[in-house]
Design a protein around this ligand. Structure first.
Ligand code: AMP
Length: 312
């Protein structure tokens, strides 16, 4: 067990211009697991209510170690969102924490040994709790990634800033970056957010820009200036539902790094390419449906096509 993810396991109600689904399996940890499956079996830490369906449990179990998912009396986390016509923006209609409201993560011995840890989108207090527990074991170097969203930037910023200081990688989308840094300019945002991270860790910042791709920022070791690397997105024929694309990206990226056990910048760039491709499949279906069916040959085919179109 080398890849650990704490995050939400949810029922999502989603409305896009192309359809809607009610209470389908979602959550940051679910998308993460269905994307990392191509490279590594993730161990998930989270909680579900006693309304969580056996079929959904079985689905997660196919791809991940779910011994760290607790079932409690009450309702599974429920999120509802409605996308605008361009699919780039959405309104959150409901965030019902349910059993997550009283969740206290408890990692077992095996979880604590993981070298690749992803603090998926969930209350920053829970992310800190996980970090504190893994720190209690004297362990070789760990690669810790973090994701968050507007909801936590608004409601739990002081805790979030504490987590940001402790991670090697922060993945955030551009509207969240604007909210966190307070400007509408990606470069200014990157500079401000980078300064919030621990410089001792030589951190990495990924700002996801949806259909416009992503930018990866690191410090240039020679001139100590922020160095950016941009990757375009694969243009899908028809995007139906962008929910979870960011978590899918993170799952594939972390899974790839864990499998290779190589966190050089060159390998991280390769991981970003394949993770972008896997995320491009996610948006072609509602919820996790497309990821469940997706096979590695389909990923490789699209990856090769993509690599022929990018040049850097
Ligand atoms: P994304 O589209 O990458 O922002 O991820 C959407 C997923 O995040 C959905 O499956 C939701 O269940 C989950 N989600 C939405 N709001 C929250 C929240 N406040 N905390 C944790 N997970 C959330």
């Amino acid at each position: 067990m080398n890849l650990l993810c704490i995050g939400s396991i949810a029922y999502d109600s989603i409305i896009t211009p192309f359809g809607k689904v009610h209470k389908t399996l979602g959550g940051s940890a679910s998308y993460f697991a269905l994307a990392s499956k191509f490279f590594a079996k993730a161990s998930l830490v989270g909680i579900v209510g006693n309304d969580f369906k056996r079929t959904d449990k079985k689905l997660l179990e196919k791809y991940a170690d779910i011994s760290g998912i607790k079932t409690a009396k009450g309702k599974t986390f429920h999120w509802a969102g409605k996308y605008h016509s361009d699919l780039n923006t959405r309104d959150t209609l409901k965030t019902e924490l349910g059993v997550f409201a009283n969740f206290k993560p408890k990692l077992n011995k095996e979880h604590k040994k993981a070298n690749y840890i992803f603090l998926g989108n969930i209350h920053p207090k829970l992310q800190i709790e996980v970090l504190n527990q893994v720190k209690s074991t004297s362990q070789q170097t760990r690669f810790v990634g973090l994701d968050t969203m507007n909801f936590w930037i608004t409601s739990a910023k002081p805790d979030l800033l504490k987590v940001i200081k402790q991670v090697k990688l922060l993945c955030i989308n551009d509207s969240e970056a604007s909210e966190l840094a307070g400007t509408g300019d990606i470069i200014k945002n990157a500079n401000k957010i980078y300064k919030l991270m621990s410089q001792k860790l030589n951190p990495l910042l990924i700002i996801k820009q949806g259909e416009n791709g992503l930018s990866l920022f690191t410090h240039n070791q020679k001139n100590k200036k922020l160095h950016g690397f941009c990757l375009p997105a694969y243009k899908v024929k028809k995007a139906l539902d962008p929910t979870g694309a960011g978590d899918t990206f993170a799952g594939a990226l972390m899974g790839y790094l864990a499998k290779q056990n190589n966190v050089s910048l060159t390998n991280i760039k390769k991981a970003c390419e394949v993770a972008s491709i896997i995320a491009s499949f996610c948006v072609e279906g509602f919820g996790v449906a497309k990821l469940d069916k997706l096979k590695m040959p389909d990923v490789n085919k699209r990856l090769n096509e993509y690599k022929n179109t990018i040049n850097y």
